[in-house]
Design a protein around this ligand. Structure first.
Ligand SMILES: [Zn+2]
Ligand SMILES: [Zn+2]
Ligand SMILES: [Zn+2]
Length: 328
């Protein structure tokens, strides 16, 4: 059972998950072992918890377009009480959570940028359906959807997939964003993310693309070269409340951003993640969900670890110039 330990100095939560060390690799270097995510190999994964599939087909058999399974080597576990223990200065809780894998294609596609717009829209709808389903369980307060594309970005299997983790508390990064956005709202009476979307769409220097309902931009204080954010133009705290129509347009927009990135940087490894407000259902005016795309082009090294400050060798304005030049 994984365990969450609290660093007594910083208060940071760390997941100790020794099971994760047993994960197999399928990164194309071992031709012998079959891919557990390809259609026909459903028996190699834990039983599915959700799938969009042909109504004639049966669970854990071919006939699906997107399939969701529990992570075989979860970072957190859905069983157990989550009781906390304290010993002297040390505090820990059972690592309670849900860790699922979203298999994004029945075919052995290795780059999400190669999925059709329709398929990517289906993937986004699956994110939403899983978030809505898990939000009914009162133990979960926050759900993080993320993708690791390419081995340097943390993918141990190359077949296109993303992951989702439901947590009993909002994680540190999200809490920091919510805190900053709340302070801005209290001082100015406006949503900071709405302001960012508007200012960058008007100014243009950090605008990658503007769509009817979305803006794609390189953030002002980008941590990484070619870091990209996608934000809805209209204020919206919750990703999971997006309509089918919105997600179809988001698929277009996300695919456009990934195609630009793939063209300029020749298919770089990257992570993307969705930051959405915790599951308390409040109609919050200060937080605004968004996607962050974080290309893995530089190593996070000693200075960053020691200082918490990132050194970004590419100004976001320069990244934007290159990303905009791409003709798709
Ligand atoms: Zn495969
Ligand atoms: Zn907003
Ligand atoms: Zn964020």
């Amino acid at each position: 059972m994984p365990e969450i330990r609290i660093d007594p100095v910083t208060g940071r939560a760390i997941i100790i998950a020794a099971e994760r060390a047993k994960r197999p690799r399928h990164d194309g270097t071992n031709e012998e072992s079959p891919c557990p995510f390809c259609a026909g190999n459903e028996q190699m994964t834990p039983p599915e918890v959700f799938a969009y599939r042909d109504p004639q087909s049966s669970p854990d058999a071919p006939g699906w377009t997107v399939r969701v399974v529990p992570n075989k080597y979860p970072a957190l576990d859905n069983e157990g009480g989550g009781a906390s223990s304290r010993r002297g200065v040390y505090e820990s809780t059972a690592g309670l959570g849900v860790h699922e894998v979203i298999i994004e294609s029945p075919e052995h596609v290795v780059n999400v940028g190669e999925l059709s717009e329709e398929q990517l829209a289906t993937v986004l709808r699956v994110y939403r359906e899983r978030m809505l389903a898990l939000s009914k369980d009162e133990r979960w307060r926050s759900i993080l959807v993320y993708k690791n594309q390419g081995a340097p970005a943390g993918a141990t299997l190359e077949h296109v997939h993303s992951q989702l983790i439901a947590l009993p508390e909002a994680p540190e990064q999200l809490r920091a964003e919510i805190g900053g956005a709340r302070r801005y709202y209290e001082a100015n009476g406006r949503c900071l993310f709405c302001e960012i979307a508007r200012q960058d769409a008007e100014g243009g220097a950090r605008l990658v693309a503007e769509h009817e309902r979305w803006v794609t931009l390189c953030p002002y204080a980008a941590r990484f070269p070619f870091e990209i954010w996608i934000l809805p133009k209209r204020h919206a705290p919750y990703f999971e409340r997006s309509s089918d129509q919105n997600l179809a347009e988001l698929a277009h927009c996300l695919r456009d951003a990934l195609a630009r990135l793939n063209r300029v940087l020749d298919h770089p490894p990257f992570n993307y993640l969705i930051h959405s407000y915790p599951l308390d259902g409040a109609e919050t005016r200060h937080y605004h969900w968004h996607i962050e795309i974080l290309p893995k082009l530089v190593q996070v090294a000693g200075f960053e670890w020691g200082s918490g400050m990132f050194i970004n060798p590419v100004a976001p304005e320069d990244a934007v110039r290159l990303l905009r030049q791409v003709t798709l």
